[in-house]
Design a protein around this ligand. Sequence first.
Ligand code: SF4
Ligand code: SF4
Ligand code: SF4
Length: 449
Amino acid sequence: MNNFGFDEKQQLVELLLKCPSIENVGTRNLVLQELPSQISTAIIGNPASKVHVLGIVNTCRNFPDGLEHLFKVIRLFDGATIPFQELIENFPIIKSLPVILEKKPENEESNTDVEVNEVNVVEVNEVNVVKEKKPPPTPTKATLSIDWLSGCSGCEVAFADLHEQLPSVLKNEVELVRLPILMDTKEYVSADIGMVTGSIRTEHDIDAAHAMRKSCKTIIALGTCPVYGGPHGGGYAHTTDELLDRSFVHNPSTRTTVIPTDIPKLLKESRTLDSEIKVDVYMPGCPPHYAFIIEGLRALLSGREPTMGQHNVCFDCVRSMDKTDVKTLRRSYEGEFEPNLCFLSQGILCFGSVALDRCRRAPCPTAGVPCFACGGPSLPVILEPQMDVWTLIAERMAHLTEIPKAHIVNEIKKQAKTHYAYAMVSPIFRYKPTSPLRKTLIQHIEKGN
Ligand code: SF4
Ligand code: SF4
Ligand code: SF4
């Protein structure tokens, strides 16, 4: 298996890079975590994907079953995908790989060595066909209950983004017992795992959160809303009376004139889920990429901690941070922008460097839109009380352009309601000594900014 030349190795790297779990550095790291620790710790990280994957292949080749382990893990993530099938189909060495060892089930009777070998061997006999000599035991399925509080249902849609993996996940791994977007279930059915989307914004949300906590063994806060308060945290700058008036009375796009009274009462502000109930697992992202959702579920099912990821959005962004002589700030709708140059270098605020990557491959900057940190703050911002987003961004941008830092800080303050919306009600920001957020917001609203 390990005896192949440079051309074949290059081809293998190219094909691996097409596999969804390897293509993105976030899930690639999840794959590496599943390798035996002596292999994963020997792999050296590299920001260039091709160099990183080449290093992974080279390291795995240094261990007797290294490549077999690697393919086994990738198959777990991508088994049903076209790129993985292309990998098997087009790469002759994998195609001829005689066995991929499967973990022996703990409750399997070990009669003789011969029988054990037969049970544990899965043969790849032909392209796309995995033929098993004996079917593996049916894994225990966990029951999954999902409820939404104040949110937009985007997180439920992200669950459906599992696409072709969804039937297999529902068949083999979790049994959905509650999902209001799909099922007309009003009761809070007992479940092993409870996923809560949306934030605590109304009195109904408080009751629903407690009902989920009572009925589920493990609670996952799914999405930026329950983890940090969500985009409607922008309401932090207003009173509930102002919000209701703007929504129902003085709203240019509706004809209502009366604030309804038969709806759940709005609370003073949006709150995180853990402000009301105990949360076991946090999965931020608006919504989290489905790869993180499935990884989190599988981690729980196998009794380990789900991975949060450590990179910021810049890590995966194709734009380069180059020094320019730009002297003026612009907003993203003002003029044309270079597609390959970092927004900061062009005088536009982009929060990718202080945003946790929960979206994979920097989708917004790649599509021409600056990142507004919907995945929530990056790990340094979360962990360091004194780390101030304004200073971090302003210093980086001032370094990349000719724009004075004070101008940039002022512009961030003006746009704070937009850029901080996703996490502004979270205690992470609210109690930062460097974050007089509410005062700043109200000052700018009063000035009409
Ligand atoms: S986290 Fe984002 S996608 Fe999920 S419910 Fe909240 S606003 Fe919608
Ligand atoms: S700041 Fe924005 S545009 Fe610049 S590298 Fe980071 S994500 Fe890309
Ligand atoms: S705004 Fe930033 S964090 Fe959110 S999806 Fe876009 S790139 Fe990802």
